[in-house]
Structure formats: structure tokens, C-alpha cells
Design a protein around this ligand. Structure first.
Ligand code: FAD
Length: 307
């Protein structure tokens, strides 16, 4: 069966790969190509952040963690590595709801001042510019295509359309509950860092990649600006250096901004369109589109198979 996937971010490409490898004739239509999407800006650490509801997020995140771990072991060219790191907290907290999905999860015994608590675990770090290219190659190897096309509406006459348009669903699905949550990051030169660090306040995160380090961040709701702000970058760098002092002399390589597609809950459901076709909506993954990508793609696949 022919399937049109709208969107070439991590959600659209992962879904397209799953469908194409199952035998569907898949074509991705996207206004922005993979390296121009919000997905290309992601840090990207496996971490369920700014996405709801927890009871659905858990399964999607758990499944994605399994697949990313497999990719890290089997496909070194994909840009996925398993890296241990620590989240520090200013007050004592119960284990997060997703901890049960993470076998390597441990509590931090003596957190450094000013922190009172923390946890540590091994998480996939996904180097998005490399990984999105790898996903696209995998899709094309399975017979799929990626075509640049800005759509004025969902192609409702197609037999099956998968709507992975992220923020674009505000228009394509007339869904104003998807809002941008602006995130700004800096890229620093590597200084030999091999652990990730996170402080939920800020939020502040330091994610080492092979050749550089992504540091963030911000989460400003309803801010549509994609221009990096110098004063925000200075503040991010101050917070990141206080969390990871080794960054003090790291050279700044660049700045990026992305708009997270946040929704009160991720929309993943099937809808009959008035023109006769069927849509499966899969958008609104907030700050966790990478973290949820394989779990959501598996659910789209089972919805596609059920009529
Ligand atoms: C600074 C920052 C750090 C982040 N860090 C992490 C992290 O560590 N871990 C994590 O899991 N997540 C992270 N995220 C969140 C993650 O980036 C998003 O959840 C994810 O990118 C959403 O993917 P998506 O494919 O749904 O949307 P997008 O990547 O935005 O892709 C949407 C696609 O739909 C297309 N589209 C939209 N409208 C139309 C139209 N009318 N016609 C045709 N095509 C259309 C676009 O062109 C694009 O191709 C981060 C985000 C930011 C900004």
C-alpha cells in the first residue's frame, strides 16, 4: 500500500523507516528537509522531557531505549552512543516515573553542593546531524523517498497519510493546542568530556558528542523566534560551567535555536478524513521527540495494519 508521511524530522523519518521495512510504499513529504528541522537541533539525550501523558510516554520511551541501545551496539555509523551521566536536584525527589525503564538507574549517594539529591544512568546520546542522515539512508535503502514539498493541507485523498508535522500540525490538523517551546543551545569544542550532566532547573544540560559538546538550555513557551540571543547564550554558558567546571575554557563553535512542538498530550491516533482517505496523527512530542521516536513509530505501524 502507498503511504504518504508528512514531515522529515525524527518522528516522520523513524515512522517512514518502520513502514518501508515492513513492505509499505513510503514517500515522505516535507517543507524542511531533515537537517533543517527542529529535530536536527536536539541535544539529543534519551530523556522523557516536556511530553505527556506519563502512562503512554513510559512505553514509547522504554521501546525507544531498547532500539537505540541495539543501534549503538550494531551500527556505529548511526551516531548513537550509550553514555553514563548524572542529573542533580536541589531537593530530595522520588524516582522519576520512567526510572523503571532504565536498568542502569542508580541514586547518587553524595551529591555535590548545592545539590541535595540526584540519579545517574546510562543513556543513548544521539548525534542528530549524523543520525538523521543515517535514518534517511535506511529509508531509501528500503525503497522510500524524501521529497521537499510545503503542503497547504493534509493530502486527504491518499489512502493513508501519517501526519508527523510537529508544530506544522497547528495548520495541517487545525490544532492550536500544539505550541512552540523555544530552546536555545551552544555548541562547544570537545574538552575530553565523556559524561552528560543535567540540572532540571534552568533547564541546564551538557551533552558530549564525539567532536563537540551541546550545552543548553531554555524552555520559553509561545516564543517563535529562531534567532539565537547573545544574552541568553551568556546565561546558558554560566549555568553550564557551574554544573561542569571543565567547560570553563571551552571554545564556542556555534549557536542553535529550535521550537519544540509541545501539546498537552502527544497526539497518536487514527482519523477518517472527509475526502475518503485515513490519517494517523503522530505529533506534539515536546522535548522528547527523539526519546519517543521508535515507540511511537511501532504504534503507528500497528494502527496502519488495523483497519
Ligand atoms: C534545544 C532543543 C533540545 C532538544 N533536546 C532533546 C533531547 O535531548 N532529547 C529528545 O528526545 N528531544 C529533544 N528535543 C525535542 C525534539 O527536538 C523534538 O521533540 C522533535 O524534534 C520533534 O520531532 P518532529 O519530527 O515531531 O518535528 P520536527 O523535527 O519539527 O519536524 C517536523 C517536520 O514536519 C514538516 N512540516 C511541518 N509543516 C509542514 C507542511 N505544511 N508541509 C510539509 N511539511 C511540513 C517540517 O518541515 C519538518 O520536516 C530538543 C529540542 C530542542 C529545541
Amino acid at each position: 500500500m502507498r503511504v504518504l508521511v508528512v514531515g522529515a524530522g525524527v518522528v516522520g523519518l523513524t515512522t517512514a523507516v518502520c513502514l518501508a521495512e515492513t513492505g509499505y510504499d513510503v514517500h515522505v513529504l516535507a517543507r524542511d528537509l531533515p537537517l533543517e528541522t527542529t529535530s536536527s537541533v536536539a541535544a539529543a539525550l534519551w530523556y522523557p522531557y516536556l511530553a505527556d501523558p506519563p502512562e503512554r510516554i513510559f512505553g514509547w520511551a522504554e521501546r525507544s531505549l531498547q532500539v537505540f541501545s541495539h543501534i549503538a551496539h550494531q551500527s556505529p555509523e548511526a551516531g548513537v552512543r550509550l553514555v553514563r551521566g548524572t542529573e542533580l536536584l536541589k531537593r530530595h525527589c522520588a524516582d522519576p516515573y520512567w526510572a523503571a525503564a532504565v536498568r542502569s538507574f542508580t541514586r547518587v549517594d553524595n551529591p555535590p553542593a548545592p545539590y541535595a539529591d540526584g540519579w545517574s544512568f546510562e543513556a543513548p546520546i544521539i548525534e542528530m546531524p549524523v543520525y538523521l542522515g543515517w535514518l534517511r539512508d535506511r529509508l531509501e535503502a528500503a525503497g522510500g523517498t524524501v521529497i521537499r514539498m510545503a503542503l497547504p493541507a493534509l493530502p486527504g485523498a491518499a489512502e493513508l497519510v501519517i501526519n508527523c508535522a510537529g508544530l506544522g500540525a497547528r495548520h495541517l490538523a487545525s490544532d492550536r493546542s500544539v505550541v512552540p517551546v523555544r530552546g536555545q543551545v551552544l555548541h562547544l569544542a570537545q574538552v575530553g568530556l565523556n559524561r552528560w550532566s543535567l540540572d532540571a532547573e534552568g533547564p541546564t544540560y551538557v551533552v558530549p558528542r564525539r567532536r563537540d559538546i551541546v550545552v543548553g538550555g531554555t524552555d520559553v513557551e509561545a516564543d517563535w523566534s529562531t534567532r539565537p540571543e547573545p544574552s541568553v547564550a551568556t546565561d546558558i554558558l554560566r549555568r553550564a560551567t557551574s554544573l561542569v567546571p571543565e567547560l570553563v575554557d571551552a571554545r564556542v563553535l556555534g549557536h542553535r535555536v529550535g521550537l519544540r512542538p509541545v501539546r498537552p498530550s502527544v497526539r497518536l491516533e487514527s482519523e477518517q478524513l472527509s475526502q475518503g482517505g485515513r490519517a494517523i496523527h503522530c505529533y506534539g512530542h515536546g522535548g522528547a521527540g527523539v526519546t519517543l521516536s521508535w515507540g511511537c513509530a511501532a504504534e503507528v505501524l500497528s494502527l496502519a495494519a488495523s483497519r
